[in-house]
Design a protein around this ligand. Structure first.
Ligand code: NAP
Length: 495
């Protein structure tokens, strides 16, 4: 069967790339299945998309925020209507199991409703003036044209974290999705069109990081780049934006950890660690890749963990019985395999997994066995570097403070968790774990959209997505002083 071709969405029209080139999107559970053909967009296409966003900006900015909210509410309603179809296609292009792709779409729905409500808030401040007959307030203004560059692991949720808050605040957008998952964002564009978003307010160009992404972030009419992806690419984004003194928000890698104390409910902790480490095949920025276990329970916990991991069923994510889908592509499998070799060379003990999985129905895809290393020292590369696959390091600790120290000894700071029955230990962990997100008696994954999402250190550059925090990224503050005294009053000078 010939795969369908999908076009760019620019200024409300569906357009082929000016260069006439396309690329294939394949199913990682079956590399022979081409999910679709997408446009290899050129500089000319990017210029056209940015011009469309710039032209649409004045009209969208002038649209009252509650009206913008009504459109976004309709977008969320359409996402509800198409949820199952979107989830199925997402599993085909990205591989994660259908329960999780439904969750990915649901996250976009939640974000849509949340942002729609913000249309009637978008609050600023009113504060007293130091002078009489003078009024002081601050209001939120849109930043302008936003370039959104997104990764493949949350093909719809992450684009929605950027688009909904950017749009409610009155910005217009050009989005370039990851080349491994352009179909989910294509569907998002269709839904925006169906819901009546005016032409040019959101534009979509597909293509490679360097061929399409770089010209987009370098475009002088782009006012802010909102990027989610690897720390290496994020660093490039920062360098490019700095040259033009352009704003940028970065959400990057993680090396997340769960601390299991000697008083923890061990079965609950095992479930949380297995879900955090092997859910989404370990390809979440918040995936648990280190578990720090109190030495008193290390043996028992590790044996329960390995036993539970053996039960996981690998396969096509569309099969309801599958627990763990494939990795995203062959390159990623090479990388994960390479880290397993590094782990063995470093002297860690391979307890389970450690290589590609080709048995059963998995021979056509890029599957990898859920892998656990024991006897891992905190400084080993497998305990320090982001692997982005189903590989978990078990590290022993002597105490709560020792465990926290191990977790904080990381270049990243996204998500952490502690399993304990002791409220004092839980609150110490909340205070001292240096991460943007901390869970108590729950895994490192499962953020809800009404709270800020993001991390410290190498994970981000101080911005947060989701919640009302996202508005800080997508708005500029304007402070307004209204003097109704009828005379020249001088702040800081007149008594
Ligand atoms: P990636 O390779 O950095 O790619 C991310 C996006 O950047 C893709 O759209 C990519 O396009 C584009 N890109 C690549 N090189 C570029 C360049 N030179 N200029 C402009 N754009 C460029 O990351 P990924 O492999 O897709 O995603 C996995 C990473 O994302 C992991 O490190 C994970 O931790 C991180 N992540 C972080 C969060 C968070 O919120 N902190 C959430 C999810 C994922 P192509 O696809 O065409 O290469």
């Amino acid at each position: 069967m010939v795969a369908k071709s999908y076009k760019n969405f620019i200024g409300g029209e569906w357009k082929a790339s000016s260069g006439g080139e396309t690329f294939e999107n394949v199913n990682p559970a079956n590399l022979k299945e081409v999910v679709g053909r997408f446009q290899q967009s050129t500089l000319k296409d990017v210029n056209e998309a940015v011009s469309a966003a710039a032209s649409a900006l004045p009209g969208w900015k002038k649209t009252p925020a509650p009206k913008r909210g009504e459109i976004l509410f309709r977008v969320a309603e359409h996402l509800v209507k198409h949820k199952e179809a979107l989830a199925q296609d997402m599993t085909r292009e990205m591989g994660k199991v259908i329960k999780e792709t439904r969750g990915d779409v649901q996250e976009a729905i939640d974000m849509g409703y949340f942002a729609a409500g913000e249309g009637r808030r978008l609050g600023g401040e009113t504060v007293p003036s130091e002078l009489t007959d003078k009024f002081c307030m601050s209001v939120r203004m849109p930043v302008g044209v936003i370039a959104a560059i997104t990764p493949w692991n949350f093909p719809l949720a992450i684009p929605s974290w950027k688009l909904f808050p950017a749009l409610i605040a009155g910005n217009t957008v050009v989005i370039k999705p990851a080349s491994d998952t352009p179909l989910s964002v294509y569907h998002f564009m269709k839904v925006l069109e169906e819901a009546g978003l005016p032409p040019g307010v959101v534009n979509y160009v597909t293509g490679s990081g360097t061929g399409t992404g770089t010209p987009l972030l370098d475009h002088p009419k782009v006012d802010l780049v909102s990027f989610t992806g690897s720390t290496d690419t994020g660093s490039l984004v920062a360098q490019h934006c700095a040259r033009q003194m352009k704003q940028y928000s970065l959400e990057m890698g993680g090396k997340n950890a769960i601390l299991v104390m000697d008083d923890a409910d061990l079965n609950l902790a095992v479930e949380g660690v297995v879900w955090g480490a092997f859910g989404t095949t370990g390809q979440r920025c918040t995936a648990c890749s280190r578990v720090i276990v109190h030495k008193k329970i290390l043996k028992k916990f590790t044996s329960l963990l390995v036993k539970r991991t053996k039960e996981l069923k690998l396969g096509d994510g569309l099969d309801k019985k599958t627990d763990v889908g494939p990795l995203i592509n062959g390159e990623q499998r090479e990388k994960v395999n390479g880290y397993c070799k590094i782990g063995v060379d470093e002297g860690a003990q391979l307890l389970i997994g450690g290589g590609a999985h080709r048995a059963g129905g998995c021979s056509k895809g890029v599957f990898f066995k859920p892998t656990i290393f024991g006897d891992v020292a905190p400084k080993m590369r497998i305990a320090q570097e982001e692997i982005f696959g189903p590989v978990l390091s078990v590290i022993s600790c002597r105490s709560l403070d020792h465990g926290i120290k191990i977790i904080n000894d990381s270049a990243f700071g996204l998500s952490s968790s502690i399993y304990t029955q002791d409220v004092n230990r839980a609150f110490r962990a909340i205070e001292f774990l240096d991460t943007g997100i901390t869970y108590i008696n729950s895994s490192t994954i499962g953020a809800e959209i009404q709270l800020p999402f993001g991390g410290t250190k190498g994970t981000g550059n101080g911005h947060r997505e989701a919640g009302t925090a996202a508005l800080e990224t997508f708005t500029e503050w304007k402070s307004v002083y209204v003097d109704y005294s009828g005379k020249l009053q001088k702040a800081q000078i007149d008594d």
